[in-house]
Design a protein around this ligand. Structure first.
Ligand code: ZN
Length: 390
C-alpha cells in the first residue's frame, strides 16, 4: 500500500515535470523557430537621457542640458532600432519628466539590459573648451575627472531625503568616491570597448574633438549589472558647440554615431561566439556552407580551435604568415577567411593554448567547430556536456 502511494506521488511529480518542460523549455523553442529566429539573441539597450523635469542639468546661453540630452537620446534609440536586428530600446525618460538618479540604473537592471547608455552634455568655466568624451565607471585619475562626476552626481542634492536614499553618499566630498572602486569591475573591459567605439565614431565620422575615454565615479553607472557608459556629447558652455548640439544635424550625427558604435560592439560579440556566422547562413539559402579545409574527420564531433585572425583576402597557409604557428587552418566564410590555430577535443585545452599564444595574438579567442561549421560556443559546451553524460 505504501508503495502504491509512493508510485502515485512519483507519477504526479513526473507529469508536473512534463508540464513544466512544455511551459518553460518547449514553448520558447517553438515560438522562436516559428518566427524564424535561430540562435539570435534579443538585445535590450537602455538609453538614459540625463536630467529632466525639475533638474535642467547644465545651462548654456541658448539652451538647457536636459533638452539636448532628451533629443539625442530619442534619436539614438530610433537609429538603434533601425540599424540593429532584434533589439529592444528602453528609455529612462521619453519626455521632460523628473527621474531620480538612483532609479535610472534600476530600470536597466530590471530589464536585464545588455547595455546602458547615459547621455549628457558637458559644461565648464572656459568658453573655449569643446569636444566629446565617454565615461566608464572607475576611480578618477585626477581632480578634473572627479569634478565631472561630482557635477553629474550633484543632481541628487535636489532630491528629498537624498542622504538616506544614496547610502550617505556625499556627491561633493571626494572621500565618498572610494565606495565606487569595486563596482562595474566585471564589465570594465566591455564598457571601455563600447566607449572607445563611440569616441572613434564621434571623431572619425562626425569630426568632433576627441576628448577620449575616461573614468570616474558616476552614481548612474553604479550598480548597473551590464556594460555601461556615460556620454558627454559636447560642451554647452562653448558657443559654437552649443549651436551644434541644438541643431537637428548635430543631434542626428551624434545619435547615429552612438548607434553605429553599439552595432559594431554587438556584432563583435556575436562573431566571437559564432552567432552571426550561423545566422548569415540561415538568411542566405544559396550560400555554401562554411567549410574548414582538411579537417575534422569525426563527423558530428565538436572540437575547439583558437581563432587568430580574419581577412577579406586569402592568406597562404605557411608558418611565416602566422608568426611561426604551424597548426593553422583556414575557415572559408561567405565574404572572408578566418584562420584558427590548434585542434582540441577538450575546451580547456583550447583555452590553455589561447593563453600560450596570447603574447603573439592578444585578440585570439576560442571557437567551437562541428561538421565543418563554426557553432556558438555556449551551445557547443552544452552539447559536449550532454554527450559526456550519455
Ligand atoms: Zn549631465
Amino acid at each position: 500500500m505504501s508503495t502504491g502511494i509512493k508510485n502515485g506521488k512519483h507519477r504526479a511529480f513526473n507529469i508536473s515535470k512534463v508540464i513544466l518542460f512544455f511551459l518553460f523549455i518547449a514553448i520558447p523553442i517553438i515560438s522562436s523557430s516559428a518566427s524564424g529566429i535561430k540562435n539570435e539573441k534579443n538585445r535590450v539597450i537602455v538609453i538614459d537621457a540625463g536630467h529632466g523635469g525639475k533638474d535642467p542639468g547644465a545651462l548654456g546661453s541658448i539652451s538647457r542640458e536636459k533638452d539636448i540630452n532628451l533629443a539625442i537620446a530619442l534619436k539614438t534609440g530610433k537609429y538603434i532600432q533601425q540599424n540593429i536586428k532584434n533589439v529592444t530600446v528602453i528609455y529612462t525618460r521619453k519626455d521632460d519628466s523628473t527621474v531620480e538618479l538612483r532609479d535610472r540604473p534600476k530600470i536597466a537592471n530590471k530589464a536585464n539590459a545588455d547595455l546602458f547608455i547615459s547621455i549628457h552634455t558637458n559644461s565648464t568655466n572656459s568658453k573655449k573648451v569643446m569636444g566629446a568624451e565617454t565615461w566608464i565607471m572607475g576611480i578618477a585619475k585626477d581632480q578634473a575627472n572627479l569634478e565631472v562626476a561630482m557635477n553629474e552626481n550633484a543632481v541628487m542634492l535636489r532630491e528629498d531625503d537624498y542622504s538616506t536614499k544614496y547610502e550617505g553618499f556625499d556627491p561633493k566630498s571626494s572621500e565618498s568616491y572610494i565606495m565606487f572602486s569595486l563596482t562595474q569591475k566585471v564589465f570594465q573591459e566591455q564598457s571601455t570597448d563600447l566607449a572607445s567605439k563611440i569616441q572613434t565614431q564621434f571623431s572619425k565620422r562626425v569630426n568632433r574633438n576627441d576628448r577620449d575615454v575616461k573614468q570616474a565615479g558616476f552614481w548612474v553607472l553604479y550598480n548597473t549589472k551590464m556594460p555601461s557608459v556615460l556620454v558627454e556629447t559636447g560642451f554647452i558652455t562653448n558657443p559654437s558647440e552649443e549651436k551644434y548640439l541644438n541643431s537637428k544635424e548635430g543631434q542626428d550625427y551624434l545619435a547615429s554615431s552612438i548607434s553605429l558604435a553599439c552595432k559594431e560592439y554587438l556584432n563583435e560579440i556575436d562573431s566571437k561566439s559564432g552567432i552571426s556566422l550561423i545566422n548569415d547562413q540561415d538568411h542566405d539559402q544559396n550560400q555554401k556552407s562554411d567549410t574548414i579545409s582538411k579537417l575534422n574527420p569525426d563527423a558530428g564531433e565538436i572540437f575547439f580551435m583558437v581563432q587568430i585572425s580574419s581577412s577579406i583576402s586569402k592568406i597562404e597557409i605557411k608558418s611565416g604568415n602566422f608568426k611561426g604557428l604551424k597548426d593553422v587552418t583556414e575557415i572559408n566564410m561567405k565574404n572572408s577567411f578566418k584562420y584558427a590555430a590548434g585542434n582540441f577535443k577538450d575546451f580547456s585545452a583550447a583555452v590553455n593554448y589561447r593563453k600560450k599564444i596570447e603574447a603573439f595574438y592578444p585578440d585570439a579567442f576560442v571557437i567551437a567547430v562541428k561538421d565543418n561549421k563554426i557553432l556558438p560556443l555556449q551551445q557547443a559546451l552544452e552539447q559536449k556536456k550532454k554527450t559526456q553524460k550519455d
